[in-house]
Design a binder for this molecule. Structure first.
Ligand code: SF4
Length: 214
């Protein structure tokens, strides 16, 4: 919903899932990064001429310090979006809870993931967390769509959450290459029109290509 809004991205490292299509493996499959204190992060954000902070990962809700971080960012006036897979809950301060539930298309192969495949499957669907998050915060639900058959799974998924407003459901094509994204956008867009959802384009790929840091 805030596509195109200039934003500072704060990316935490570490994730409780292992999606096969993860485009930030440096925060999940092979987590890396440097430790920074909350005051260092807030100060770095304040150096930018920008009012919006997107807290993403990895899975930011995995980090205990995320609550204090959001309190500190809000205290100096930032608009806070949190990007989460919706499997963990914490009493954060948040202006837009951007929940990206992981469908069966996220499950990694056994060859690649080993025991992480079972852990991913056991963790990726946490309906009570979704109910609680969307009850407490302004929200959007963003599904990663790879194949036309994913549409039916989304419809069945949403049937479990009658309180969700279809206009807050975004469908985003899976991929990191522009030509493939455009091809998927064509049929996803039609599906969205049929069901009152919104197409979510991967504008960072369009503008910058698949580059880390964008
Ligand atoms: S939830 Fe997000 S960060 Fe974690 S593995 Fe899946 S795509 Fe990657």
């Amino acid at each position: 919903m805030l596509t195109g809004t200039e934003s500072i991205f704060v990316r935490t490292s570490g994730c409780n899932l292992r999606c096969g299509f993860c485009d930030t493996p440096f925060t999940s499959w092979q987590p890396e990064g440097t430790e920074q204190s909350i005051s260092e992060i807030v100060q770095a954000c304040q150096l930018q001429d920008c009012n919006h902070v997107v807290l993403t990962g990895g899975e930011p809700m995995l980090q205990k310090a995320v609550v204090d971080l959001t309190v500190s960012l809000k205290a100096v006036g930032f608009h806070i979006t949190i990007e989460t897979a919706g499997t963990l809950d914490q009493p954060v301060v948040c202006d837009l809870m951007s929940v990206s539930p992981k469908l069966s298309n996220s499950t990694p192969s056994a060859e690649r993931a080993g025991t992480w495949r079972e852990r991913h499957e056991a963790r990726r669907y946490q309906p009570q967390v979704i109910h609680d998050l969307i009850a407490r915060y302004p929200y959007q639900l963003k599904f990663v769509v790879d194949q036309p058959r994913d549409g039916q799974e989304i419809i069945e998924y949403l049937a479990e959450f009658p309180e969700i407003d279809a206009a807050r459901v975004l469908l985003m094509p899976q991929g990191v290459e522009q030509t493939a994204l455009l091809e998927k956008e064509a049929w996803i867009s039609k599906f969205c029109q049929q069901h009152g959802f919104q197409l979510c384009r991967r504008m960072h790929i369009v503008w910058f290509g698949n580059q880390r840091g964008t």
